[in-house]
Design a binder for this molecule. Structure first.
Ligand code: ADP
Ligand code: MG
Length: 771
């Protein structure tokens, strides 16, 4: 039977655990509990060979030599936009040793990292870590690992969670649940400490390598209710290491009388420089860990740096606990401030907190424990006995809880999760599960969810803190009766700023609407927004008048499809500024409709893979559309004209012309789909050449068109044109050419005037919604 494990996919370290009867942390291949969340590739001499990935301790070791090609803390980039201000700050401060850029197959809302010149998405890097965890776990368990509960920070939004889910998928893992880290930590504490029937309010304090996360949970009868979250996602043990490094450099500069220490290091040979930084960083972390139990630690980097005369400049610094506490005081102060903030943010007071649970490697630092004890009272603060493993333990307990079947703790037989008693030995399984502390977890929406309406109005869809899963359905109206495109934009408001969570496009084919009156009216759409237990969003949009026109999808997330939708949106915005004629607008609208259909096929819903052929096809189609409009070329309206000719006047056309027109339309379809701009123009030119030669049929078409346009403003005038068409057709049927010519001469001036004014009319492409 395949196994179900718990994984703490951490910024700095990742950990796997399993619960059978007891919870057990799984050692990795190297024999460690912690797998550094670090990834690099090994260069291979064979040309075009696929790179071999190195993950964990070996990758971290490699980082010292080759920091530019070693990825650490990828979790910070998961589901992020390149434009994210925090990421931009990190890049500006040169805090990342590797290259980060927008993904070439995505939008500015995506990111990629570069290893040895090759581009990888954060999901791909993360999947390499998960892949190692899975493979190592399978070795220890001697069984297949198929399912996992994976932990994510409480503040992760839909896009970040979705990225985590994709990483798991790529690593061949099925996710039972994405559980928030504080909840997992509380579950792990709960097993040993919180068996109370009474509700308890706990503050989970998770200070790791790269992040500081705070969460308040109410735990009651095996249920975990999230009350609020806070912290600083860019503050962690690494910052403490940096403070120590700066101190050591300052001391060394003073000792050797060097004015510009960083300039001095920069002047060293690249290989030496990289090794120096690597050793200094490792030394700083080691000293910090030493100071957990000792009063003094030494930091040395010997024999690397040389001055102009070739003399060694050795870094050899003693760090006392006292100096260390002094150094990191600003960090401790800000931690306390953030802790006070979260409590006031959710309108709590300190005395309402029953327990403070400390987890994460950096929570071992004695002055941090002391500061928390001063703040809340010594008796309330609980340090987890295994602060760096707690979250994986909690995930394992939940993974066990969510498995369809469990092992009876008494006889070892498998029983269904829903069984109250073990069918083979009668053991009280229900009571056991309650005693274990986990019954259910109640989640709530992390943000307010909005949709953007006409004139940038906001409409609140789902309110923050609504229990999950939840769903809301609302009715909206298109803003124009000729509207064929609908662009739905969803967003959260985070720190008073709109943060896009994804867009959705719907194309409307009015031929699918049966009711004639409805067809000519503004249409209604019903939009349903669903958020599941994992805070993942999906949207369903259905046209009320034609329920077959609908879309059900998770939102776009900075991938290739979004990139195309952004180009489409740009094309439309540009066209709307240019006073294009209605003919061009109609042409562009149809091109947009066809592009939307294609874009929706670009990403496979199962594997998330990009279909490069369709992608390229759409890129060409959009470029072509822009050029056709800009050069005022003949477009779709010519085809509509030809189709009308065939339908209304097919009978009076010479058969040769008829089949030529049919062939031209076929050629156009092909050119539209796969042809270049030139091929497109050529195909249309052939069609118009034939159409130009149709003589009387063109005159009839002109009169009919004048009629159709008049119907919209002045139906009596419209009928007049139609009557002329009928009369001319009648005269022709009777072979009364004289009469037909007379009638044509009578109505043509009015027709031409009408058509001329139509040709001048301009239009815009509507894509908005209103209430
Ligand atoms: P993450 O959740 O970011 O993966 P962890 O909880 O695994 O992080 O914690 C890693 C951090 O804990 C590192 O910065 C490490 O230096 C720090 N750390 C580990 N042990 C100690 C210790 N004894 N004292 C201080 N910091 C420690
Ligand atoms: Mg962690």
């Amino acid at each position: 039977m395949s196994k179900s494990i718990g994984i703490d996919l951490g910024t700095t370290n990742s950990v796997a655990a399993i619960k059978m009867v007891d919870t057990e942390i799984l050692k990795n291949h190297e024999g460690d509990f912690l797998t550094p969340s670090c990834v690099t590739t090994k260069k291979r001499k064979v040309p075009f060979a696929r790179p071999v990935f190195i993950v964990g301790k070996d990758a971290l070791e490699w980082q010292k030599q080759n920091p530019e090609n070693t990825i650490t803390a990828i979790k910070r980039l998961m589901g992020r936009s390149f434009q994210n201000s925090e990421l931009q700050k990190l890049l500006a401060a040169k805090r990342l040793s590797y290259v980060v850029q927008p993904h070439s197959a995505g939008t500015i809302n995506s990111v990629a990292v570069i290893i040895e010149g090759k581009e990888y998405s954060p999901e791909e890097i993360s999947s390499k870590i998960l892949d190692k965890i899975r493979t190592d776990a399978e070795k220890v368990l001697n069984d297949k690992v198929e399912y996992a509960v994976i932990t994510v920070p409480a503040y992760f939004n839909d896009k970040q969670k979705h990225a985590t889910r994709t990483a798991a998928l790529l690593a061949g893992l099925k996710i039972r649940r994405l559980v928030s880290e504080p909840t997992a930590a509380a579950i792990s504490f709960g097993v040993e400490n919180i068996k109370d029937e009474d509700a308890k309010t706990v503050l989970i304090f998770d200070f790791g390598g790269g992040t500081f996360d705070l969460s308040v949970l109410i735990i009651s009868g095996g249920q975990f209710l999230e009350q609020g979250k806070g912290g600083d996602m860019w503050l962690g043990g690494e910052d403490i290491d940096r403070y120590i490094m700066e101190y050591a450099l300052l001391e060394t500069a003073r000792e050797f009388d060097i004015n510009d220490m960083s300039g001095f290091i920069d002047g060293q040979d690249t290989l030496i420089k990289n090794r120096f930084w690597g050793e200094l960083k490792a030394g700083a972390e080691k000293a910090k860990i030493q100071l957990e139990t000792e009063d003094e630690a030494y930091l040395e980097v010997l024999g690397l740096l040389k001055d102009e005369d070739g003399d060694s400049i050795d870094l050899d610094v003693t760090l006392t606990r006292e100096t260390f506490d002094e150094l990191i005081k600003p960090i401790v102060d800000s931690i306390i401030k953030l802790t006070q903030n979260i409590i006031s943010d959710i309108n709590f007071t300190k005395d309402l907190i029953d327990n403070v649970l400390l987890v994460g490697g950096s929570s071992k630092i004695p002055c941090i424990i002391k500061a928390m004890e001063n703040e809340f009272g010594k008796e309330k603060v609980l340090s987890h006995p295994r602060p760096m493993l707690a979250i994986a333990e909690g995930a394992a307990i939940l993974s066990h809880r969510l498995a369809e079947s469990i092992e009876c703790p008494k006889c070892g037989n498998m029983a269904a999760q829903t069984d109250q008693k073990c069918s083979s030995c009668g053991f009280d399984l229900e009571k056991y599960i309650i005693e274990e502390g986990v019954l259910d977890i109640v989640y709530s929406a992390a943000h307010d969810y909005y949709i953007c309406l006409e004139n940038n109005d906001r409409h609140l869809f789902i309110e923050k803190n609504t229990p999950l899963p939840c769903s809301a359905t609302e009715q909206f109206k298109l803003i124009h009766k000729d509207q064929k495109l609908l662009h739905m934009k969803f967003f959260n408001i985070v720190n008073d700023q709109e943060e896009s969570i994804g867009d959705l496009w719907l194309g409307i084919d009015k031929n699918q609407i049966e009711d004639q009156k409805q067809k000519n009216d503004q249409l209604n759409v019903t939009i349903t927004l669903n958020i599941d237990e994992n805070n993942l969003i999906s949207v369903e949009a259905v046209l009320k008048e034609a329920p077959d026109i609908k879309l059900s999808k998770t939102l776009s997330r900075g991938k290739a499809d979004e990139k195309l939708f952004v180009s489409l949106e740009e094309m439309i915005n540009e066209a709307n500024k240019k006073n294009y004629t209605k003919f061009l607008i109609i042409d562009l609208t149809y091109r947009a409709l066809s592009a939307i259909k294609d874009i929706q096929q670009v990403i496979s819903p199962e594997t998330e893979e990009i279909n490069k052929d369709i992608y390229e096809k759409v890129v060409i189609k959009l470029e072509k559309a822009k050029k056709i409009a800009a050069e005022n070329q003949k477009g779709k309206t010519t085809v509509f004209y030809a189709e009308n000719v065939l339908e209304s006047y097919g009978k009076i056309l010479p058969p040769k012309n008829k089949s030529k027109i049919e062939q031209c339309i076929k050629n156009i379809e092909k050119a539209e789909d796969v042809g270049s701009y030139e091929e497109n123009v050529k195909a249309y030119d052939s069609l118009s050449n034939i159409l130009n030669d149709l003589g009387i049929v063109n005159l009839l078409m002109s009169i009919e068109n004048a009629g159709t346009y008049s119907m919209q403003t002045d139906p009596s005038k419209g009928h007049k044109f139609y009557k002329y068409v009928d009369d001319i057709m009648f005269a022709l049927a009777e072979n009364n050419e004289k009469k037909a010519t007379e009638l044509i001469a009578e109505i043509m001036p009015e027709t031409n005037a009408m058509l001329q004014s139509i040709r001048k009319e301009t239009g815009v492409i509507h894509t908005d919604l209103k209430r």
